[in-house]
Design a protein. Structure first.
Length: 496
């Protein structure tokens, strides 16, 4: 009779493996934890960001010593911000938008994990290097020289590249950029048609991509959005989220049929959607609110906030003391509104969503435009002052207003003949762009493609100017001199 071994070969192998693993675990316990912490994810790695991107996150493989991370984190060039934590995730929130046209590096080395003894030099984080970039500094304008007269032009200031977006057959009258800058919504009339009320509304691609590595679309691809067959397209606005178009239209055969219409801003290829009428009282100038859900319009003896829906007969809000909304802050908490006084002066107010109303500026001239600085509590305004009441001559000037203490700092006084000035504040808040239109003196024989201002005045030529900005508290702000760009055009706007 044979006797079987108590342990089979498979059992002996299993026991040997268990003994080996126990030995390895014991060695690890004796040596301590030598696995270094590392950055698992950087949310902006190799990304291109814009002014709307205000924070990035670093996700770590282990709980970290927060102070050691904060002390050793380096951003080059520096970006001021504040840090918050949620477990293994660190969030860095920018205090101001990152300047455009810049490459950045984020470095972290020497930081320790949360459970490392102070004297332990082995348990420091693996060195980390992250990179991201901001969008190029790009402007748009309407050409005013013989070659590009009336055409929409994109100029990349970072790369010094010019791209003509529209053909000679169209004279562009106004335009708005989509949020990521890949398309432009614009109104234009035919070059052989002098009727300023004959505009159709189109979109055109810019060739600019908001994402690193993405294949940009071809620049200059035009699509018709709204024709002028039955209604004249007078003014339009594009919602901040790029999803809705609002157009002020008038019936060609019935002057009393006048009001606002709205429609989707992104229509699928092959589809044609008709605009919907906003059922409300007729009004004047209008502006879509920052949440893209309502429109502020001068209506009757005040300013009304109307919902973007077919039945807008009941305003969301009505401000009887103000006749015009000039601008909203990005978060919608503040608005710059104009009050028309009985003595024919105009007064600019800061109105908050808490009901506060602060007077900022009073002028005998006009309040042409205002824009909130995304980087500081500052409002930049283009105003005029009446210098001759008999001939009604206005002096335009640029001013910066500190919204904390209502302090004003004049930036630039423009010539009296430059009445038709337009300005645009860069998305990073670091520069102002404005034009200087030279009116046509001999209008007896206007050309077939004659350019006109919003007021119908013929344009001979126009120059573009770039003005760097400093914090309003800086004493040198009044000594900043604008730079004339080597471009001939008007109606300048920054690409987002």
């Amino acid at each position: 009779m044979t006797t079987k071994s108590f342990l089979q070969p498979l059992d002996r192998i299993a026991i040997a493996l268990m003994l080996l693993l126990s030995l390895l675990i014991g060695l690890l316990i004796l040596q301590g934890d030598v696995v270094a912490a590392r950055v698992r994810d950087f949310s902006w790695q190799n990304q291109q960001i814009g002014a709307e991107d205000i924070s990035f996150t670093l996700t770590f493989s282990r709980p970290m010593n927060a102070k050691s991370v904060e002390d050793n984190l380096k951003i080059d060039p520096p970006l001021a911000g504040k840090i918050s934590w949620a477990g293994r995730r660190m969030v860095y929130t920018l205090l101001t938008p990152a300047p455009y046209g810049t490459n950045y590096k984020v470095e972290l080395q020497g930081a320790k994990d949360k459970f490392a003894p102070p004297e332990d030099k082995k348990r420091v984080i693996q060195p980390f290097l992250g990179q991201f970039t901001t969008r190029d500094r790009v402007i748009l304008y309407i050409g005013a020289d013989q070659e590009d007269k009336g055409r929409l032009i994109l100029y990349n200031l970072t790369q010094e590249q010019k791209t003509v977006l529209t053909p000679k057959e169209l004279v562009v009258m106004d335009f708005k950029a989509y949020p990521e800058g890949e398309k432009i919504l614009f109104s234009a009339r035919a070059s052989n048609n002098q009727d300023l009320l004959s505009a159709k509304i189109y979109t055109v691609t810019t060739g600019v991509s908001a994402k690193v590595g993405a294949s940009p679309t071809t620049a200059g691809l035009i699509e018709l959005v709204l024709d002028n067959k039955d209604y004249q397209n007078l003014k339009f606005d594009l919602s901040p989220d790029g999803q809705t178009i609002v157009v002020q239209r008038g019936n060609r055969n019935n002057p009393s049929d006048f009001g606002l219409w709205f429609m989707p801003a992104n229509i699928p290829p092959g589809e044609k959607l008709q605009p919907q009428r906003l059922q409300s009282q007729p009004g004047g100038d209008f502006l879509i609110t920052p949440d893209s859900k309502a429109v502020a319009i001068a209506q009757g003896q005040g300013a009304a906030i109307l919902p973007l829906q077919q039945d807008a007969s009941k305003p969301l809000d009505f401000l009887p003391q103000f006749g015009l909304v000039q601008s909203f802050s990005k978060d919608g908490s503040q608005a710059a509104m104009v009050k028309f006084n009985t003595d024919f002066t105009k007064e600019l107010f800061l109105v908050t969503n808490q009901g506060t109303q602060k007077p900022l500026v009073k002028t005998t001239g006009s309040i042409l435009s205002c824009q909130f600085d995304p980087a500081s509590p500052t409002l930049y305004c283009l105003l005029t002052q009446l210098v001759s009441q008999a001939q009604y001559i206005e002096q335009p000037y640029l001013v910066a207003i500190d919204l904390k203490n209502q302090q004003q700092k004049p930036l630039l006084v423009l010539p009296v003949e430059q009445r038709n000035v337009q300005m645009s504040l860069s998305p990073d808040g670091l520069a102002l762009l404005f034009d200087q239109v030279v009116p046509e003196t001999n209008t007896s024989k206007p050309s077939a493609n004659n350019l006109k201002t919003d007021e119908g005045e013929a344009i001979a030529t126009s120059s573009l100017w770039l003005m760097p900005l400093l914090p309003i508290s800086d004493a040198a702000i009044s000594t900043i001199k604008p730079e004339k760009l080597p471009l001939i055009g008007f109606h300048p706007r920054w690409l987002p």
